[in-house]
Design a protein around this ligand. Structure first.
Ligand SMILES: Cc1ncc(COP(=O)(O)O)c(C=O)c1O
Length: 398
């Protein structure tokens, strides 16, 4: 029997950024799109069913967030992550990225500092800059032998000690380097934040995308104490491949901190949502677990396939199996190309559309991010194209 995740899914002409924006982003339509973080898999049937049922009722008016939705969240996190969330701690938000922006506005004044740990998901920078706050960088440390990243806790302490530092944005698991932070690392972060009165926003959108052969993901809140200033951003959007539905939740135990965030959203009239996100979100958390388990087993095979192929067949490129997420971080520095030439090589010579590492901060120079959330046959094609381009290569010159 064929694995359902092997089934090709034609996403062209569905207003998909990943497929339909190729010309605009890469300058050509024929690149294999393995960039933006959504997957080329059909969602769990329970979600499609819930959306169809909702669509069949021809009233699409303004919505509220039903208790059943909030219960689906608390049940999921209790069962899957051992985290007991009180219903009143929840604040629904239109997405995790809007929540990063709102956190800057709620917890730092204009000009004050927000700590980010690059290379990191680009909105970690843009949310700070666009809201008129200042980025304080605590770059991750890369072990050059193994390619394994760690947090620089000593430097984090120095950043936190700055008088203008207010907020720390944690990406956990980390996009793009795929780390699942250890309990010790997370406890050290909490400790630093406590000592320097920092608020932490922990973006745990990838918390369900973890591999069975890698360390356990700890929700930061399960290690925190009642007085820690902690905001957790969660969503089923990555877990069940429904990011286009646009909904997420914030978990904020402290009333004042919750009110501060709510005030920002209210000031823009953003708490509203739509009937479809509510239906899809709840169906994922209620009935998506078996699909998610199968997905992770499939992604694990994709991950190992890529590691093996890169190591054996792509000289000049190195990669390490991520501990979580469906994103892989390819170290292409040994190809000896600058970032513009690297991008040209992958797009023009190989016909592969990945995210350039530089968009994750200057620490990403010489890297590319590969999305492995697609049928294995697509990855085989990607790897074959890169291998052929490398063999006929050095058509690339500056
Ligand atoms: C770390 C991280 N946070 C947030 C998002 C996007 O969140 P949303 O679509 O809810 O705004 C992504 C998407 O790739 C991500 O990787």
């Amino acid at each position: 029997m064929t694995d359902p995740f092997d089934q090709p899914l034609n996403r062209e002409n569905t207003c998909s950024v990943k497929f339909d924006a190729r010309k605009a982003v890469f300058g050509r339509e024929d690149v294999i799109p393995v960039w933006v973080a959504d997957m080329d898999f059909a969602v769990p049937e329970a979600i499609t069913r819930a959306l169809s049922e909702r669509a069949a009722h021809p009233a699409y008016g303004y919505t509220l967030f039903p208790d059943s939705l909030l219960d689906s969240i608390t049940d999921w996190f209790r069962e899957r992550h051992g985290w007991e969330i009180q219903r009143e701690w929840l604040l629904m938000a239109p997405g995790v990225v809007p929540s990063l922006h709102a956190a800057c506005m709620a917890y730092a004044d204009p000009g004050e500092g927000v700590i980010v740990q690059p290379p990191v998901y680009p909105p970690f920078f843009s949310s700070v800059r666009l809201s008129g706050r200042a980025v304080i960088e605590n770059p991750l440390m890369c072990d050059e032998e193994t390619g394994y990243y760690r947090m620089d806790l000593e430097h984090l302490e120095a950043c936190a000690a700055r008088p203008d530092a207010r907020l720390l944005m944690l990406c956990s698991p980390h996009n793009p380097v795929g780390r699942i932070w250890s309990k010790q690392e997370l406890e050290a972060v909490l400790d630093i934040a406590r000592r320097h009165d920092l608020v932490i926003i922990s973006d745990e959108i990838h918390c369900d995308l973890t591999f069975s052969d890698k360390p356990h993901h700890h929700m930061l809140a399960t290690l925190a104490g009642p007085d820690d200033a902690l905001i957790t951003a969660i969503a089923p959007s990555k877990s069940f491949n429904i990011p286009g539905l646009g909904l997420s939740a914030l978990v904020i135990a402290d009333r004042e901190q919750r009110d501060a965030m709510k005030a920002v959203f209210d000031s823009m009239h953003l708490p509203q949502c739509n009937p479809f996100s509510i239906a899809g979100f709840e169906a994922g958390y209620r009935d998506g677990a078996p699909w998610l388990n199968d997905l992770m087993a499939y992604l694990q095979k994709n991950r190992d396939f890529v590691v093996e192929a890169v190591t054996a067949r792509l000289p000049g490129i190195q990669t390490l199996a991520p501990e979580g997420t469906y994103l892989m971080w390819l170290d292409c520095r040994n190809l000896g190309l600058d970032d513009a030439a690297l991008k040209r090589f992958f797009v023009q010579d190989a016909g592969v559309g990945m995210n350039p590492g530089l968009s994750f901060g200057e620490q990403g120079s010489g890297f590319m991010r590969l999305n492995i959330g697609c049928p294995k046959a697509v990855l085989a094609d990607v790897l074959q194209r890169i291998e052929s381009a490398l063999q006929g290569n050095l058509r690339i010159t500056d």
